[in-house]
Design a binder for this molecule. Structure first.
Ligand code: MG
Length: 261
């Protein structure tokens, strides 16, 4: 579970490459594109421009490089030519990348065009909840501290936290120990120590937390049809705190307490 410095350097390199995928996506006008168009675009970028491997393709028999989860889709939305992004949608792209044997995992929820304030608030709350969880990571902290911080922020803002899916250790394998729950009790759970690497990836719903899986066996939606959002970073426990391996350039200030989120 603990990574050595040489492994951490490789994981940081994979994380930086994955961050650049989102940098590329940020410049793509999404309205009018299908989620399969985005999948194709991202696959070309990862393979041709970054000389890396899209780690999700082929994992568990999955045929695509990303999950595209629109509006009430919680996670694991399957890219499709028939799902065309429209003004007002929110869409999460969850992407993994392997370079030199190590995998990074990150996701971001995008606003497509003019999104109504309720949906914008859900997306912002989810992003802030992820950062609350990330800021709880340091040597000696417990995994329950992370989940507690996320759930508290969600509840305070009228959102529920999905419990069926969690963050995970990551390294040579996409899913390693431990499981990182996005709810919990402070002072409980695994004690964190330097060299651990895992994802924090809360899914928040505007309505109830219940979800169901659709007939395709992949797509997970909210039971009540309410909107759902997600953000994800891959983080490493350092000697004094946390390093966000998939940090994007515009997020440089997010770790500082001055933000007071
Ligand atoms: Mg993940």
């Amino acid at each position: 579970m603990t990574k050595q410095p040489a492994e951490l350097a490789l994981m940081a390199a994979a994380g930086r490459l994955l961050a650049s995928v989102f940098g590329m996506l940020d410049r793509v006008p999404l309205a009018g594109k299908s989620t399969l168009d985005i999948d194709t675009l991202v696959e070309r970028f990862i393979v041709d421009d970054l000389q890396s491997r899209p780690a999700s393709k082929g994992q568990y028999g999955y045929g695509f490089v990303l999950n595209s989860s629109v509006n009430e889709v919680v996670c694991h939305g399957v890219p499709s030519q028939s799902v065309v992004l429209r003004d007002g949608d929110i869409v999460n792209f969850d992407i993994t990348l392997e370079k030199d044997g190590y995998i990074a995992d990150s996701s971001k929820t995008y606003l497509v065009g003019d999104v109504d304030p309720v949906a914008r608030r859900l997306v912002q709350t989810t992003y802030d909840a992820m950062w609350k969880g990330i800021r709880a990571v340091r040597p000696g902290a417990r995994l329950g501290d992370v989940g507690w911080a996320i759930e508290r922020h969600a509840k305070r803002n009228g959102c529920s936290v999905v419990r069926e899916y969690c963050g995970h250790g990551i390294g040579r394998e996409m899913h390693e120990e431990p499981q990182v729950l996005h709810y919990g009790t402070r002072g409980t759970g695994l004690t964190l120590h330097e060299g651990m690497v895992f994802t924090i990836e809360p899914m928040l719903n505007r309505g109830g937390r219940s979800v169901r899986t659709e007939a395709d066996g992949w797509t997970v939606v909210t039971r009540d049809g309410s909107l759902s959002a997600q953000f994800e970073h891959t983080v490493a426990v350092t000697a004094t705190g946390v390093s966000v391996l998939t940090l994007r350039p515009e997020e440089g200030g997010m770790l500082s307490a001055a933000k007071n989120l």
